[in-house]
Design a protein around this ligand. Structure first.
Ligand SMILES: Nc1ncnc2c1ncn2[C@@H]1O[C@H](COP(=O)(O)OP(=O)(O)O)[C@@H](O)[C@H]1O
Ligand SMILES: [Mg+2]
Length: 592
């Protein structure tokens, strides 16, 4: 492995694709993969695809024959819904639930209400203007307090200010307000934060990997705790690269072999020094890993819901992956605190340090996700096989529940074996043998999701209560009518996207923000992903879509939905059986 990496072509931070897009590429198409880079600005991504993996780079945004799509913007459910099982994309639909400051704040504060101690790893947060009243009371509590006010969808430290005065805040403005953390751990008298790269490789169950290297970003003015005269010294209080690199005293990294000096350093170099000084770095990683897992637990049901709605049959659960940039503050006791999560962390490579870390990160990610010709060919071969059987027998092969379960288990096992043996510099943190302790958080988050979104299951319970109340006054026909309405309520016979139950409609933000250190990343804010996809081979007739809807409802009533396989395949049963199942389902819902 080491030897192979030594032989790797050198990446100097820049990449120019000299190959023409002609027959040469066309003839290669069958022997290598195609990576679509039409929606990424990052040279490092193109370098890794072309020079390290020897893939063809594709620049047409409306092409459909790619194998790997790398985009700097959020991915919509429609995109995932239309993907072929061998295609992969570098985002999950629904990740706004972590990546927008207001959503993250809301999700984590809700978890904290239930798990007070366990979810203390995030600064106390108020979403303004909705929580203005509660926020206001903090100011009249006597002791001077400092708050940090952030625009709810910003990045690069833009629009952030510190205040001790309520009058600085317009009660109608949308902000995320946080208690300012007063006592950072200092290195050479400077405040800093960590940019840790965490890979989410799947949603059911989540597979979480943490990269062992990352960035340490320093402020450029010596830290003094906030007082009325230094509140607007951004180069002291904020550690964003975009802000501090403008300071004339910023020391840039010049040499990849010296990652322990300057105002941007590598995590490995900084941690090695701290360890030499006797600090417990193992404990620090453990604490951080716990933060990463708990943060994902808070949104697992949302991510899983999106994924399963778009790709219900992807048993390997590996068509999406996402590298998230967690911003971590360390307090004076070296305890980590989560500041924010970036779903498009900057992959700008303007120093040797950035080039080295980000190139390795992207290479290791694509390896771990098994983006390879071999994997693609296996998927196509198994599809071909079932198609052939279908042609021979004249009907779709029906698998029993047990067969389906065993297929699912087999694919999961294969995937896990592969990932465990291709970790690169990643460490797997979830799921591990003792990960059950996190189940309670996911279960609670699931219950919140239902109550926020009023999903069909809630509607059923509500109607159930109503039915019980009215029971004595209703005729049997009226009661039957209610049952039918309950099951039909969420069904919208339309495109797969419209097929998604209410959750997406309610929670999808009007804009999805992109966070990062790079100017152009932010310029992409609000740009909806415009990826064109290969059409599904067969469009689903309305009756199958209806069956899918009921299937989803069945999955909702199973405890721990994130761990459960499908109950039965609606597509493979006939209309009569389907009606029976529906009847069973209704009976199950209405008998106690
Ligand atoms: N609650 C806080 N206490 C102390 N410093 C903070 C706090 N929140 C943010 N910061 C500082 O402000 C910087 C920017 O905040 P962040 O939430 O990451 O927003 P942005 O998306 O603009 O980077 C952080 O890198 C950190 O240095
Ligand atoms: Mg940040």
């Amino acid at each position: 492995m080491k030897q192979q990496q030594l032989k790797e072509p050198h990446f100097n931070g820049e990449f120019e694709d000299s190959d023409s897009q002609t027959e040469d590429n066309n003839s290669k198409k069958k022997t290598t993969l195609i990576m679509n880079v039409s929606d990424t600005q990052y040279d490092v991504v193109k370098f890794v695809g072309k020079r390290l993996f020897k893939w063809i780079l594709q620049y047409e945004s409306d092409a459909t024959n790619w194998d790997m799509f790398w985009t700097d913007t959020a991915v919509q459910p429609e995109t995932l819904g239309k993907m072929q099982p061998y295609q992969k994309i570098n985002h999950f639909p629904g990740m706004y639930s972590l990546a927008r400051k207001n959503h993250l704040g809301r999700n984590l504060m809700k978890m904290r209400k239930q798990f007070t101690q366990e979810y203390k790893f995030f600064p106390q947060t108020w979403l303004l203007p909705a929580e203005y009243g509660d926020f206001k009371t903090q100011f009249v509590k006597g002791k001077a307090r400092t708050f940090i006010i952030k625009p709810e969808a910003s990045c690069q430290g833009r629009g952030i200010f510190l205040t001790r005065n309520l009058n600085d805040i317009n009660p109608n403005d949308h902000y995320v307000a946080q208690r300012y953390l007063l006592r950072p751990f200092l290195i050479e008298g400077l405040k800093f934060d960590l940019r840790v790269y965490v890979l989410l490789a799947g949603t059911d169950p989540m597979r979480i990997y943490v990269y062992q290297d990352g960035l340490v970003r320093f402020a450029t003015e010596p830290y003094v705790p906030p007082n009325t005269s230094n509140l607007d010294d951004m180069c002291m209080h904020l550690t964003n690269y975009a802000i501090n690199k403008e300071n004339p005293n910023f020391v840039f990294n010049k040499d990849a072999s010296r990652m322990d000096i300057g105002h941007k350093r590598s995590i490995k170099a900084v941690f090695a020094k701290l360890e030499e000084e006797g600090r417990d770095i193992k404990k620090l990683w453990q604490d951080m890993n716990e933060i990463f897992i708990k943060t994902f637990c808070a949104v697992q049901p949302i991510l899983s819901h999106h994924y399963r709605s778009c790709q219900p049959d992807n048993y390997a659960n590996n068509m999406c992956f996402e590298i998230l940039g967690f911003d971590i503050f360390l307090n004076h006791k070296l305890q980590p605190i989560l500041l924010e999560v970036n779903h498009t962390p900057s992959f700008t490579t303007d120093t040797p340090l950035d080039s080295m870390i980000k190139k390795n990160l992207i290479r290791d990610t694509l390896k771990l996700m098994n983006v390879s010709l071999k994997a693609k060919e296996q998927i196509i071969a198994s599809r071909k096989e079932s198609l052939q059987q279908r042609v021979l027998t004249g009907k779709k092969v029906k698998l029993t529940m047990e067969e389906k379960m065993s297929q699912m288990k087999q694919q999961e096992q294969q995937r896990n074996d592969y990932e465990n043996s291709h970790l690169g510099d990643y460490v797997k943190i979830y799921p591990l043998e003792d990960s059950q302790e996190y189940d309670q958080y996911i279960e609670f988050a699931s219950s919140l999701q239902d109550s926020w979104t009023g999903t069909s299951i809630n509607l059923m319970y509500l109607l159930d209560i109503k039915r019980n109340q009215k029971k004595n006054t209703q005729t049997p026909q009226q009661q039957q009518q209610i049952k039918n309405n309950v099951v039909r309520a969420p069904f919208k016979p339309n495109t797969p996207a419209n097929n998604l139950p209410k959750l997406q409609k309610i929670l999808r933000p009007e804009s999805i923000n992109v966070h990062g250190e790079d100017e152009q990343v932010c310029a992409k804010v609000n740009k909806l992903s415009n990826i064109k996809m290969q059409p599904r081979q067969q469009s689903e007739p309305p009756v199958l879509r209806f069956k899918q809807t009921v299937k989803k409802q069945l999955q909702l009533v199973i405890p721990k939905p994130y761990l459960q396989p499908k109950l039965f395949d609606m597509e493979s049963i006939g209309q009569d059986k389907f009606n029976n199942k529906r009847q069973q389902f209704q009976d199950m819902m209405f008998t106690k």
